[in-house]
Design a protein around this ligand. Structure first.
Ligand code: AHR
Length: 503
């Protein structure tokens, strides 16, 4: 098979938003406890944070971290997590049927985020709580001094306000599973009232209204339309969440998951713009794709009964082990997010550690990179400057879920200042390699050389990384990549993800 696409500096989508490389830390399973935080672990620092996990977080290239949930946040009382740890209450977490010890709260998390070098995106509870509690959380977080909650934060050891800019107005309130599930009208009113109140305290905020939990929700698009009718002037973002898996063993469709993500974003943008048009507004609502990943959710749903048998602290929940195909799909989802950089300016892979995560850690033991770590880390490192739209010409294949889809999918970025181009590309074919040629015609006044080229694939697509064999699956230098006759040429093995930086 063969495919090609042109690179042209004029085909600019938008600047690369660093917030595209966000992640998510929820008080769920072992993401916080024995994930980022484990006092007593051999690598724990003075604050109880695992240095091994911190180092991997930095290496992953994470820019933004959503916290503290997820479904968890819809029953969370933020004030349980402040003050002397020994006095903090243990509470039931209804979302994951476990016990929350509250050893980690906002003060600890901001400390961790500073060490990791990431921006915090803070999610407010609009499930069981309302405007006043959102204002209180905001006052504790961002008010400089002199008010009761600002002084409480200072007394708790943080003199300076945290300066968090992005706040999520709740989580997945369209879902019947959510504590405090609401209709679009109920949620839209509450989100608008909360947003307006927050803005009168702090004009600079970037607020995210809850969008659909997946594109298969029966209320998909209708929910966004109604919520935005209420909140259009008061918010900046609408959220999107999507998880992908090979349903009933359908790997061909799974490999094309980015087609669904493209459709999801396009539909939300169209819906938001249509509300804007009706409201005669020039404002454009952005998409915060603040939960996305591969997750074998049907396995989890089948095992839901086990969750409710007892109340455990930091139980092992959805610790999916990722394989080669999963990594290719994750690489492709990042391609989809990048190509929508004009409207998706924040995104969070869910989650960071242990819970459907690129980083795994064992209590008292090692931390390691799952297969999906690699495309994320390389894309975050190489995607610089502006995103360039590309239009691959090449073979197509038939899928049960999405009809006919292209075998090759790609995006590029162009860093004009550094004089560099990065290309990110997948081959979704399960049995054939593709010869790819990329004419650099529009850059012809320049002579390029290949600075680095990585390919992630394997003869055994089910191979994964474990504590005993943490580097079983790693990207390797792409063989035979050349620039000849004004073209970048390489071979994309079947089921592979590649990234090439030329300079
Ligand atoms: O990331 C796991 C869960 O998936 C989150 O808590 C929830 O928001 C989503 O349904």
């Amino acid at each position: 098979l063969s495919a090609s696409f042109r690179l042209d500096p004029a085909f600019t989508v938008a600047p690369v938003s660093r917030r595209t490389f966000g992640s998510f830390v929820e008080h769920m399973g072992r993401c916080v406890y024995t994930g980022i935080y484990e006092p007593g672990h051999p690598t724990a620092d003075g604050d109880g944070f695992r240095e091994d996990v911190l180092a991997l977080t930095r290496e992953l290239g994470v820019s933004l971290v959503r916290y503290p949930g997820g479904n968890f946040v819809s029953g969370y009382r933020w004030e349980d997590g402040i003050g002397p740890v020994s006095e903090r209450p243990v509470r039931r977490d209804l979302a994951w049927h476990s016990l929350e010890t509250n050893e980690v709260g906002i003060d600890e998390f901001v400390k961790w985020a500073d060490k990791a070098g990431v921006e915090v995106m803070y999610a407010l509870n609009l499930g069981t709580r309302g405007v006043q509690e959102a204002l209180d959380a905001h006052e504790y977080i961002n008010q400089p001094d002199r008010t009761h909650l600002a002084e409480l934060r200072r007394a708790n050891g943080s003199e300076k306000p945290y300066g968090i800019r992005m706040f999520c107005l709740g989580n997945e309130l369209d879902g019947p599973w959510q504590t405090g599930h609401k209709t679009a009208a109920e949620y839209g009113r509450l989100a608008a009232e909360t947003a307006r109140a927050l803005r009168s305290a702090d004009a600079d905020l970037e607020l995210v209204a809850v969008g659909s939990s997946s594109s298969s929700m029966p209320t998909f698009a209708a929910w966004e339309a109604e919520v935005l009718e209420h909140t259009y002037d008061a918010v900046d973002y609408i959220s999107a969440h999507a998880y992908y898996e090979p349903l009933n063993g359908d790997v061909a469709s799974f490999l094309a998951s980015a087609v669904d993500m493209d459709h999801f974003v396009d539909s939300v943008v169209a819906t938001a713009d249509s509300v804007g048009a009706r409201l005669k507004s020039k404002k454009r609502i952005m998409v915060s794709f603040d939960e996305w990943n591969v997750w074998r959710q049907s396995d989890f749903e089948a095992s839901l009964g086990n969750l409710s048998s007892e109340w455990r602290i930091a139980p092992r929940v959805i610790e999916d082990r990722y394989d080669v195909t999963d990594a290719v799909v994750v690489g492709n989802l990042l391609i989809s997010l990048l190509r929508h950089s004009d409207r998706v300016t924040a995104a969070c892979q869910a989650q960071l550690v242990n819970v459907i995560a690129p980083i795994r850690s064992e209590p008292g033991g090692p931390a390691w990179r799952q297969t999906i770590f690699h495309p994320f880390a390389i894309t975050s490192r190489l995607a610089r400057g502006k995103v360039l739209r590309v239009e691959p010409h090449g073979p197509v294949y038939e899928t049960a879920r999405f009809g006919e889809v292209p075998v090759v999918d790609a995006v590029a970025t162009h860093d004009e200042e550094a004089g560099e181009i990065s290309v990110f590309v997948v081959n979704r074919s399960q049995d054939e390699a593709v010869t790819l040629s990329v004419p650099l015609g529009s850059f012809e006044s320049r002579t390029f050389t290949v600075a680095e080229a990585w390919t992630l694939t394997d003869d055994d697509l089910s191979a994964s990384n474990t504590a005993d064999d943490p580097d079983r699956v790693v990207p390797v230098t792409t063989e035979g990549v050349v620039i000849e006759d004004g073209e970048l040429r390489l071979t994309l093995p079947a089921v592979s993800w590649s990234a090439i930086r030329i300079t």
